[in-house]
Design a protein around this ligand. Sequence first.
Ligand code: ZN
Length: 216
Amino acid sequence: MGVLKNNAVVSKNLLAQLVFGVDTLIGLGAYILMSFAFEKDFSIWFLLLSGIFAYLPDFDLLIFFLLSKEQRRWGHWRLGFHHPMFFVPLSVLIVFFLSWKWAPDSAVYLTVLAFMGIMGHFIHDSTKDGLHWFSPITRDGGWSFDPLRWARIKISYRDGIEIVPQREVAKIYERIAQKAVGEGEVGSRLEKVTWVHVYTFMLCITCLGVMVVTAR
Ligand SMILES: [Zn+2]
């Protein structure tokens, strides 16, 4: 019963975060700003794509949940897409080539949307436990695919750009792993939705409304 109740709380919070959360606001904000900059009319498909871009680094969770509990203990940041040095250029290139093929008029626009959404996602993640932006390049300039050595550099919102000692990073991952086992990979990452989120969301919806009304 306790587990059921817990799951209900997690899914309610997850839903709130999917609607009002920072990544959603990043997708909406990038869409509104870039549509204005590129003089694009409202398109529900491009809006959806912008949302997908802002959540793209977390799509590894779909694969992650197929892993065994033991493998999941490492946390999806380490095993998945949260390695910006690879993920940003690769995904942006793929978006460029696909949109060049399917929507050549909007290729640059979509590529910029992808870049903003994905970078926004990583910057937002950096505000939580810090993110190893330069993985797998280690602090001493070498590189290593040993997951723990990946994590030598982090950028944090609170402390700015910070190169943290190896043992500190080990602790961060220990904490993430414990949370992932205890509260679950998703549950442990949920943030509180505040009025600032809701107001920003309403502002974005108003802008979208204006875009729809003024569309040519
Ligand atoms: Zn993430």
